[in-house]
Design a protein around this ligand. Structure first.
Ligand SMILES: Cc1ncc(COP(=O)(O)O)c(C=O)c1O
Length: 405
């Protein structure tokens, strides 16, 4: 069949396949250290095995697609506690839906909010550039045009949607924000949310807040969340959905457990869609998840791993002109110049596997600059144990010397 529909032909290529092709058969200069994949490497919390052992019988049953009451209550409780929401602001019955990780939701929820046409044209989905691959995939699969808005240093490493032409904003069905963002680790503040909500209300589009890095942060105060911002601005949750998961918060990326919460109208439609086409989260995993959302102790242990790594980064790279401490997430986004050449050099001379920034972004970016905003950057995932991170960053500091070295 050579006449496949073009929708799925335009999906972004995998940055990891591009990295493998770039490094090819070049041998590493030293024993390899991977800083490429953002996969937690910490220990699995002890309660996981205990609860699974207790709940094994549940594997023989079809689990409830809308999640157990216990899980939805635990999620609503966490949201209320974490974001200081008014009691009852998140109704676990109507405003929370468990998912197989945020990736599922960030893709599938497009079908809930993207119409056939908007303002007489093809609907647009605004997304940050660099982006997470589920965003353009969801936009394209739902028939929308993905609009890649460059997240630049000049705009606080967040996309400035308010600077887009009115013609684009009128066609916009959905705007996606990741906060903390991947790869830049930028966090949206109250003013950013105020601007975005004003645009969403003026042009009638939905907002998806990808908050899966919300519990990994470098400062003293946890990052502001979209529901929290909406409450503080007195806006309500209309056309707003937030996505979060246990992948980073609890270091349980393989559990595939997340949720979407927000506008009950959107949640109801998504629940109907999932009832027909969505994957259930198995019963025993729902029991583990309910416990995890109710417990903050294991999260503190997990956060300590990243804090230690960021302290190492400050010590080893703090005097380099390209160093920037992110506000959140577990990546370093370093402006080293020519990211492809830097990644190749780091591998060939020091055995370090890092991702060129250009591989994480689209060449068709728009905004204050056009083109690929990642060209001069590399991304490092600080997910390894402290001593491995230190060894890696020492090697990097040697290959990319700073002033006076
Ligand atoms: C920005 C961003 N959003 C969403 C996800 C998906 O995470 P999960 O499906 O494990 O919740 C990731 C995973 O790396 C990510 O980096």
């Amino acid at each position: 069949m050579n006449d496949l529909p073009p929708r799925t032909a335009a999906l972004p290529p995998s940055p990891f396949l591009r990295l493998t092709a770039l490094l090819g058969t070049t041998p590493p200069g030293e024993p390899p250290i991977a800083l490429s994949v953002g996969e937690p490497q910490g220990p699995v919390p002890g309660f996981v095995a205990e609860i699974l052992a207790r709940e094994t019988a549940g594997f023989s049953k079809y689990p409830p697609i809308q999640g157990t009451d216990a899980l939805r209550k635990a999620i609503a409780g966490w949201l209320t506690r974490r974001y200081r929401l008014a009691p009852g602001a998140v109704d676990p019955e109507t405003m929370v839906l468990p998912l197989n990780g945020t990736r599922e939701g960030l893709f599938m929820a497009h079908f809930v909010v993207v119409p056939e046409r908007k303002a007489g044209g093809r609907p647009a989905v605004l997304m940050p550039n660099p982006f997470y691959s589920a965003y353009p995939s969801g936009a394209l699969a739902s028939g929308a045009e993905p609009v890649y808005v460059n997240a630049l240093k000049e705009t606080g490493f967040l996309p400035a949607y308010g600077e887009l032409p009115a013609e684009t904003l009128e066609r916009t069905a959905l705007a996606i924000i990741a906060s903390p963002s991947n790869p830049e680790g930028a966090v949206a503040g109250l003013e950013d949310w105020k601007t975005l909500f004003a645009l969403a209300d003026r042009y009638g589009f939905a907002v998806f807040a990808d908050e899966c890095y919300s519990e990994i942060y470098t400062g003293a105060t946890p990052p502001l969340g979209a529901l929290e911002a909406a409450q503080r601005l007195g806006r309500g949750f209309e056309r707003l959905l937030v996505f979060n998961s246990l992948s980073k918060r609890s270091g349980l990326a393989g559990l595939r457990s997340g949720f979407v919460a927000g506008d009950p109208k959107l949640i109801a439609r998504y629940r109907d869609l999932r009832s027909n086409a969505g994957p259930q989260l198995s019963g025993p995993l729902q029991a583990v998840s309910a416990h995890a959302w109710g417990d903050d102790v294991h999260v503190a242990a997990n956060q300590a791993i990243y804090r230690a790594n960021f302290a190492v980064a400050q010590q080893e790279l703090g005097n380099r002109p390209f160093f920037r401490m992110p506000d959140g997430g577990f990546f370093l986004w370093l402006e080293t110049g020519n990211g492809v050449a830097t990644a190749e050099t780091l591998w060939r001379t020091a055995g370090l596997r890092v991702v060129p920034g250009a591989f994480l972004a689209n060449d068709a970016g728009i905004g204050r600059t056009r083109g690929n905003p990642g060209t001069n950057f590399i991304r490092l995932a600080l997910v390894n144990a402290e001593e491995t991170t230190r060894a890696a960053l020492r090697r990097l500091a040697r290959v990319l010397p700073g002033p006076g070295t």
